[in-house]
Structure formats: structure tokens, C-alpha cells
Design a protein around this ligand. Structure first.
Ligand code: DCP
Ligand code: MG
Length: 241
């Protein structure tokens, strides 16, 4: 099956250990193509929500659905095909650039790989590597900059072409030029997909359809940027100006 990217949480309460609640009665509703941003201080539960979207853990209380289907009833392979992650720490393996972009997508042609890299804004730096797409990478990606690793991670997600994307934005400082390449690549990647983003950049947050402000595992505010600014609550104090 090909999921459309309608993702909902219905009153999800979750903890990693018994008697220790990490998410408390979280509900959310993302229509296909919508972008939802999670903000909140460290330990608030942002990564935990993305862990549940990916079904790294089962939900004992409440439920999560994709296109109305309970996540527990979706085959792992179908779920995997429906999701891509772009994380702060991109896992690269020993192999060529091409292999690293293709990753699990064994049927992707060389042309698909190049098109994904172009969409991700990674093509031009790749062409400057000694052997282009056939350049060998070390497993820790030590021969690439952090920004370049992120561009590869975007290309990898683009090859997968999933309806749902989960992004964990980097907080680290990347030079402005690479940063703007990453932003443009991300924008192209996000187009037409349901996106959950753990947002650190104000520009990302502003452009989201809905922002969820988390505190100690609870959603304390939700709305778009203008609505939350008007509320003059936690969000307002985080993002005034
Ligand atoms: N937690 C846990 N066991 C884990 C992961 C997290 O007990 N394997 C706890 C630590 C926090 C709470 O769950 O008290 C929420 O953790 P998150 O990683 O979801 O928090 P954030 O992603 O919001 O924090 P950060 O901004 O630091 O990434
Ligand atoms: Mg986190």
C-alpha cells in the first residue's frame, strides 16, 4: 500500500518506563501535505513524538493512525516506505556517495540518485569531489563537512520519495552559504509531503501550518505563528521579534 500521509495522534500517553509519563494526552492531526512544527525546551518530548511516528515504540494508551489505519496494523515495510528521516546526525556508511544516497532504495537508478541530489542542492558539491558520485566515504563521514553530510541526508530522503518526512533541524553552526543550500534543498524536499519538524529556526516555524508547543510532555499551545504570537504565552516569549 501507498499511504497518503494523513497522520493523527489520538490522546497518546506514553512513557519509556512504567510510571514515568513522557507524553501526556497528546493529540494531533496532520493532513497530507501539511507541515507541523514541534517546539519546546529540552526534555519536553519532541524526539519522543517522532519516535512514535516511526513506531520505534508501541503506544499503550491512545492511538496513532496513518490514513485512518491504526499504526499497529500497518506492515513495517509499508511504514518504512512511507517515512523518511532527516536528522542532525546523518548516518553514513562506508561506500560511495551514490550508495549512500541510494541507501535502502535498491531500485533507484543512477539517474534517480542524481535527480535527488539536484533537488537536495547536493549535486554541485558532489561533482567537486575527487570521483563525483563514485567517491568513497568513510563510515563516520569524516571526509565531508557537517553541512555536506546534511545535504546527502536530504538527497537520501528525496530518493526515498515518501509521503511523510520527519526532520530534526540542526542547531549547530554551519556556514551561511551551506546553510542556504540546505534550506533550499529542504524546501524542495518538503513540497507536497506531510512534514513533522523539530524546529530550531524561526523561519521554519513561521512557515508551518501548525506549531505545537510542548512542555513536560503536554501540548501547552497550538496554532500558527500569528495565532500563537497573539496569545502572548510561551511561544510569544520564545519568538518575539
Ligand atoms: N527519555 C527517557 N528515555 C529515553 C528517551 C527520553 O526516559 N530513551 C526521557 C527524557 C525526557 C523525556 O523522555 O525527560 C523527553 O525526551 P525527548 O528526547 O523526547 O525530549 P526532547 O526531544 O524534547 O528534548 P531535546 O530538545 O533535548 O532533544
Ligand atoms: Mg530531541
Amino acid at each position: 500500500i501507498r499511504l497518503k500521509g494523513d497522520v493523527r495522534f489520538h490522546n497518546v500517553t506514553f512513557g519509556y518506563e512504567e510510571n514515568k509519563t513522557v507524553l501526556n494526552d497528546v493529540s494531533l492531526y496532520a493532513k497530507p501535505g501539511q507541515k507541523i512544527a514541534f517546539v519546546g525546551s529540552t526534555g519536553a518530548g519532541k524526539t519522543t513524538i517522532t519516535n512514535l511516528i516511526n513506531r520505534f515504540y508501541d503506544v499503550p494508551d491512545g492511538k496513532i493512525t496513518y490514513d485512518g489505519i491504526n499504526i499497529n496494523k500497518i506492515k513495517k515495510a509499508d511504514l518504512r516506505r512511507s517515512l523518511a528521516f532527516v536528522l542532525q546526525d546523518t548516518h553514513l556508511f562506508t561506500g560511495t556517495v551514490k550508495e549512500n544516497i541510494r541507501y535502502g532504495n535498491l531500485y533507484a537508478s543512477d539517474e534517480d540518485v542524481v535527480n535527488a541530489a539536484k533537488l537536495a542542492n547536493a549535486h554541485s558539491f558532489i561533482m567537486h569531489l575527487p570521483k563525483g558520485y563514485d567517491t568513497h566515504l568513510s563510515s563516520d563521514g569524516a571526509n565531508l563537512s557537517q553541512g555536506q553530510r546534511q545535504l546527502l541526508s536530504i538527497a537520501r530522503a528525496a530518493v526515498a520519495n515518501p509521503p511523510v518526512l520527519v526532520l530534526d533541524e540542526a542547531t549547530s553552526s554551519i556556514d551561511t552559504r551551506t546553510e542556504s543550500l540546505i534550506e533550499k534543498g529542504m524546501d524542495s524536499l518538503m513540497h507536497g509531503r506531510t512534514v513533522f519538524v523539530i524546529a530550531h529556526r524561526l523561519s521554519t516555524v513561521r512557515n508551518s501550518d501548525a506549531i505545537m508547543v510542548l512542555e513536560n510532555g503536554s501540548v501547552i499551545e497550538r496554532g500558527n505563528h500569528e495565532e500563537l504570537i497573539a496569545q502572548k504565552g510561551k511561544y510569544y516569549s520564545l519568538y518575539t521579534g
